[in-house]
Design a protein around this ligand. Structure first.
Ligand SMILES: [Zn+2]
Length: 178
């Protein structure tokens, strides 16, 4: 990337932050001083079109979000979820897949290379021989939710947490619970 590009990209980020700081300072101060009490944990994809706070009209402190391409789970994600459920006492977990997921498409299209392979291998394990992208997306999200139930089945503070699965349609904006 050329240095002049960096300048404009950083300026764009800064401008966005200035705009953000003008909104709702009271809630920022309140959550900074009194801590966070998110009502739901959302596990979803890093895709720039899938922004849980926008999708669910949520504000600061309301959602504890774990975003990773393909909404796959590894130890770091599980640790984040465990923290939110057991220590912040968040009572609800939603695994949110989405239509048009590039990670799912890469997996069913033969898998990725480099570090991406870790993600596509996990997705392939979830979808098996399914090659329809929308069905594969559902299977992948259900698989992650199933893993959460398994990993935390004997956890005294998480076993009673509700774990659900949904799919977000990137075109209509609708969330369908599975
Ligand atoms: Zn995705």
């Amino acid at each position: 990337m050329r240095p002049d590009n960096t300048f404009y990209l950083r300026a764009r980020l800064c401008e966005g932050n200035v705009k953000f700081r003008k909104q709702d300072p009271a809630l920022r101060i309140e959550t900074a001083e009194n801590g966070q009490h998110p009502y739901a944990i959302v596990v979803c994809c890093s895709d720039s079109r899938v922004i849980p706070e926008k999708i669910f009209s949520a504000d600061l402190g309301e959602l504890f979000v774990i975003r990773v391409a393909g909404n796959v789970l590894d130890d770091h994600q599980l640790g984040s979820i465990e923290y939110a459920a057991a220590h912040l006492h968040c009572p609800y977990i939603l695994v949110l897949g989405h239509t048009g997921c590039g990670a799912v498409s890469a997996a069913i299209g033969g898998g990725g290379e480099g570090f991406i392979k870790y993600i596509t291998d996990d997705i392939l394990e979830a979808v098996g021989s399914e090659r329809d992208p929308d069905t594969a997306c559902r299977l992948n999200a259900l698989h992650a939710a199933e893993r959460l139930r398994r990993e935390f089945s004997a956890h005294p503070e998480i076993e009673s947490v509700c774990i659900e699965t949904a799919v977000y349609d990137i075109k209509s904006g609708c969330v369908e619970w599975l």
